[in-house]
Write a protein that binds this ligand. Structure first.
Ligand code: MG
Length: 259
C-alpha cells in the first residue's frame, strides 16, 4: 500500500496528455453507443469536478471571527494571512502550506478546535456555494452526455447534509442534471465509509450500462473501482488527495484538469 507521491510512483499511467485522455474517453463513449450499449461515465465531485478549497477558505475566515479563535492569538494572526492557494487537502496540509509557526501543543489544540468548527460547516448544504467547478469540467461532462453517455456522479457527500445543495450546484454550474441519463449517488448517512459507498455503487453501474471511464482524485477509491471494472478507463485527477494508503495499479490514466 502506498501514500500520495509514493502511490503515483508505484502505479503506472498511460503516457498521454490531458487532451489525449479526454479524447480517448470520447472515442470509447462513441464506440460503446455504436455497439448499442449504454456507456457510463462515473464522476467523483469533490476535488475531481469541484475545487473545494474556497469552501474551506471561507470556513477558516469565519472561524477567525469567533470567540474561541481569540484563545489562540498566535494561530489567529497567522491564519489571517490565509489565501486560497494555501488550502490543501487537510487542515494540517493547509497549516503547513501557510507555514504556521506555533508550539506543537498549541498547534494540536487549535487544529482540534478548528476541525470541529470546520466539519460542522464543510459537510453541509450551506457552504457548497463556495465551491468552484474546475475550468472545462462542465463542458467535458456536457460533451460526453450529449454523445449518449449515462453520467453518474458518485460522491462521499451524504444525502441528509448535502443532497439538496449538491443538486442545486450541479444546476448552477451547468453539469448535466435533472435530465435523462443522469444519476447522483450520495451516502445515505454522514458516518458511512466513503470507500464502501463507492464499491457498492458498482451494482448500480452494472445494471445501467457499460462503464467506460471513472474520474477520481482519491487513489484508494480509484483503485477500488478499477478492481471492479478492469476493462474501463480509470482517470486519476491530480488535484489534492488524502494520505489514505492505496494499492498500486497498472494501466491508469491521469489528468490535472479538463481545460
Ligand atoms: Mg474527491
Amino acid at each position: 500500500m502506498y501514500v500520495r507521491s509514493d502511490w503515483k510512483k508505484a502505479s503506472q499511467f498511460h503516457d498521454l496528455s490531458e487532451r489525449e485522455v479526454l479524447k480517448e474517453v470520447y472515442r470509447r463513449v462513441a464506440q460503446c453507443s455504436a455497439h448499442q450499449q449504454v456507456p457510463v461515465v462515473l464522476l467523483d465531485l469533490d476535488s475531481t469536478l469541484y475545487e473545494v478549497g474556497p469552501r474551506t477558505h471561507q470556513i477558516l475566515r469565519e472561524w477567525l471571527d469567533t470567540a474561541e479563535a481569540r484563545a489562540f492569538p498566535n494561530i489567529r494572526s497567522e491564519l489571517a494571512r490565509l489565501e486560497q492557494e494555501h488550502v490543501g487537502y487537510s487542515l494540517r496540509d493547509t497549516f503547513s502550506a501557510l507555514g504556521v509557526a506555533a508550539p506543537e501543543q498549541e498547534l494540536q489544540q487549535a487544529l482540534s478546535v478548528i476541525k470541529t468548527f470546520w466539519q460542522a460547516r464543510f459537510f453541509s448544504n450551506d457552504y457548497l456555494k463556495y465551491d468552484r467547478a474546475y475550468e472545462g469540467a462542465a463542458e467535458f461532462v456536457q460533451e460526453v452526455h450529449g454523445m449518449g453517455a449515462f453520467v453518474v456522479y458518485l460522491t462521499g457527500r451524504d444525502e441528509p447534509g448535502m443532497g439538496a445543495g449538491t443538486r442545486s450546484m450541479l444546476i448552477r454550474d451547468r453539469f448535466p442534471w435533472a435530465t435523462e441519463r443522469t444519476h447522483l449517488l450520495l451516502k445515505a448517512a454522514y458516518g458511512l465509509s466513503d470507500l464502501e459507498h463507492k464499491v457498492n455503487a458498482s451494482s448500480f453501474i452494472r445494471k445501467t450500462g457499460e462503464l467506460v471511464a471513472s474520474f477520481e482524485n482519491e487513489p484508494a477509491n480509484l483503485v477500488a473501482i478499477y478492481e471492479q471494472f478492469p476493462q474501463a478507463m480509470h482517470v486519476f485527477v491530480e488535484t489534492v488527495s488524502s494520505d489514505h494508503a492505496a494499492p498500486a495499479a497498472m494501466g491508469l490514466y491521469r489528468i490535472c484538469g479538463f481545460r
